[in-house]
Design a protein around this ligand. Sequence first.
Ligand code: ZN
Ligand code: ZN
Ligand code: ZN
Length: 491
Amino acid sequence: MPEVPYSKFKAEEAASNQGGYGAQPQGGGYPPQGGYPPQGGYPGGGVQPQGGGYPGAYQGGGPPPAGAYQGGGPPPAGAYQGGGPPPAGAYQGGGPPPAGAYPPQGGAPPPAGSVPKYSGEMPDDDVMDDPNRGETQPTAPPLEKMDHIGGYNNIGFSAHLLPPPSYDEATKPQPPEERQAIQNVPTITEQDAREALLGYVAEHCCYGKGAAEDLRFTDLISTSAFHYTLESFGEGRSTCWAYEPYSGQPIDGPHNGPAPGPWDIQASPQTMFQNSEQNFEVPHTASVKPCHDCFATGYVRCHRCFGRGRVRCNHCHGSGHVTRYHNGEHRHERCHWCHGCGRRECYTCHGHGMVVCKTCAGLRNLKCYIKLTVKWTNHVNDHIVERTPLPDHLIRNVSGQIAFEETNVKVWPINHFHEREINEASVRLINNHQFPSERILMQRHRVRIVPVTQCMYKWKNTESDFFVYGFEHHCYAPNYPQTCCCGCSIL
Ligand SMILES: [Zn+2]
Ligand SMILES: [Zn+2]
Ligand SMILES: [Zn+2]
């Protein structure tokens, strides 16, 4: 084993959890780019791995881990060769290649009990045990190893939004020939008003109900609030590369034909005007690649002991003994946690120094494909016309009469409502509902009429008012005269 300065090792150890097999190979290890061009078919033989399979992958770290590449079928053709042409017979045979071409066999996990021992370089000192030391998280394969898929340029591993192709002309809205008539709403009686107020008082534990029972109505002024709502139900699409452990699942790769465009894939929402999301694998974009994280061994260096298989004993801090104060004197005692060795086996890797690779779940290969995410969003905006002192927003959450409702691919602004402010709001909101990165599937707008009654009353020497609104007869009485539990009035 070559001598490596201790400080250098530390730096590498901190920078990489890959198992210390030397630097990550550059440009090798995966099927050469262009092995599956969408057009032109499959190159039969003679493909020269660029720069060799895994040049240097096991340099500086001794032999590869025991058990690697064993038990799961023959090594993948060409993948780990030193840079010469692939072995005779690899990639030949004329017919379409097996799905994905890279591993001829399914991705069976390494047999149980074959956990390799970490065999990279390691200084003799122990590391502090930290059970909370961050586990190695799965990582995305290097982008440059991804296939080139026609029509899907510049996509990465995070979502990339794809505006829809222009479609405006076909769906230009037309003014409707006939529109639904506007309906009106019922008014309330004095009894309704009093019951609503009593309900309101009951919800406030301190309020006295005497005023609500005894007050005398002087006037009930019935008005209507108008609530206009516009909904635009849009569909957005984005793509990104995705990967998952390869366990032999079907591979629909470019050999099956060119990939359909992102807006050519059929997708329809379960329910209109409701947010939802669905993911699809874009046909003909899948391939199998050796796992970049573990160099297709299924194991990576243990993140807890850094491959040592053991850690320093936390109890005695590695000394093997502890000092106890007993009967007035300090005594050295053997540490019973580590039996005096000052170190113990790593609980995470059970002494192997290696753990199962999270990226490929130990299956050594990854299925890579382009994922299409279709996201349906219901954009809602509204406008409330309410002319009493009742706070406008209270109208939004009570029921009323749906006076008008229209659903269309593109709705035409309301122009026949007797309240001009509603007609104006309709024009404004519809103009504002532009979503260039989405395709609008459907629009819906409606006007609700919500009854609001201003109830004027006299109680003792007080003259005041309260409001009853919505079909539920909700009450709003900020000036209620009897808000103290002892029944006195606060004026
Ligand atoms: Zn100990
Ligand atoms: Zn370990
Ligand atoms: Zn892996």
